[in-house]
Write a protein that binds this ligand. Structure first.
Ligand code: SF4
Length: 382
């Protein structure tokens, strides 16, 4: 099988171009086609000599994700369901920085990307783990989630520009029909989609290197948040990386009793080990850690959890994100009442913790990770 060109760093491609005795500028032309124009065909790369395009074609594949389904409207949270070459399904979620509540479209967007097909970690409340683990995503499949969403956005923008430039007797012509092909839509990444990101460590780190590079998608490392359910050894490894990413811990319980009940990973890496790894991360990277805490009725929303959670947050100077649970079809867990959510929030605030309570954006579009995939797969076999 050929390596996909989008799994290669500029350094790797440079080595190949040297073997082919190509001048350095040819590489920059190629990278521009891949990451600025987001090309999906060798033939489109018209400023590369035909012979070089032939060499590239025989050495590398040039894949693109196939959009199977999309939910949500352009100004709000949108969920993309992609079909991979082996027919596996994965999801990405596009979140506007500030949804246009008052009709003003936001320009900055965050993309939540998947790193695995399914997940082996089996958190009891999560749709992604329900059907088990299939495989790790390859480097290019992680990179492509960003490029494919931007490609889709460019096509939509061109389409709406064509629509709006259709002669309208009631409006003056603007003459502005330039397609927005090179516009960078995605400014932030959260690695919180399907899968445990740090279980696919090498592919993810290589993909992030490509997405971070100025010749790639140019997304700043500080705008990239990696989340983990608590793989302590990989947190330590991440701490030693030169790129400074943000780290979010999917905590969801402040004691081993609660975490053991809903997150099997805690039996392997109990809180003591997880906290020690977070300490190390903070010491090496000097970056604030975030605790993601999904509030589940009767499981972890009791006020007796607020004390240990506040203690952990204070110890690591961590910020806490409270997320009311999104019900998943086939799972027994429920979202706490708004009163219970507020009480939990207040208990943390009282203990001087930096905390936010957010309504999950896109609650109505199967926003909990893995739900759209799960529903589509079930429909396909029905
Ligand atoms: S919450 Fe994350 S780690 Fe846990 S099963 Fe779901 S995808 Fe896997």
């Amino acid at each position: 099988m050929l390596a996909d060109i989008k799994s290669q760093t500029a350094e790797e491609l440079q080595a190949q171009f040297r073997l082919w005795q190509q001048p350095a500028y040819r590489l920059w032309q190629l990278l521009e086609w891949l990451y600025a124009h987001r090309s999906t065909s060798w033939d489109a790369m018209t400023n590369l000599p035909k012979a070089l395009r032939g060499q590239l074609r025989t050495h590398y594949s040039l894949g693109a994700l196939e959009l199977l389904r999309k939910q949500g409207s352009r100004d709000t949270t949108q969920k993309f369901l992609w079909r991979l070459k082996d027919h596996s399904l994965i999801e990405s979620v596009l979140i506007p920085a500030s949804p246009s509540l008052y009709g003003e479209p936001s320009d900055r967007h965050t993309l939540c990307v998947s790193t695995q097909v399914g997940c082996a970690y089996g958190c009891r409340f999560c749709a992604s783990g329900l059907e088990g683990f299939k495989r790790n995503l390859r480097v290019e499949e992680i990179v492509e989630q960003v490029l494919a969403v931007e490609r889709w956005n460019a096509q939509e923008s061109s389409r709406s520009q064509v629509e709006s430039s259709k002669p309208d007797a009631t409006q003056p012509a603007t003459g502005n029909s330039q397609p927005a092909t090179d516009h960078r839509l995605i400014s932030n990444l959260v690695i919180m989609g399907m899968g445990e990101p740090l279980a696919n460590y090498d592919n993810l780190l290589k993909a992030l290197k490509i997405l971070n590079a100025p010749w790639g998608a140019g997304i700043g490392a500080r705008k990239i948040t990696l989340s983990t359910s608590g793989l302590a050894p990989q947190i330590r490894k991440l701490a030693d990386e030169p790129l400074q990413f943000r780290l979010a811990i999917s905590l969801h319980g402040a004691t081993d009793v609660v975490r053991d009940r809903i997150m099997p990973v805690n039996r392997k890496y109990p809180l003591r080990e997880l906290v020690a790894a977070c300490d190390y991360y903070q010491h090496k990277q000097g970056r604030m850690i975030t605790f993601e805490y999904i509030l589940i009725a009767g499981v972890n929303d009791g006020l007796e959890q607020a004390g240990p959670l506040a203690a952990l947050a204070r110890r690591l100077s961590a910020k806490v994100n409270l997320i009311p649970y999104n019900t998943v079809q086939g799972l027994p867990w429920e979202r706490p009442s708004e009163q219970a959510q507020e009480a939990f929030l207040k208990a943390l605030q009282k203990q001087k913790v930096t905390v936010t309570l957010r309504r999950e954006k896109g609650h109505d579009i199967d926003a909990a990770c893995g739900q759209l995939r799960l529903r589509t797969e079930r429909e396909m076999v029905a």
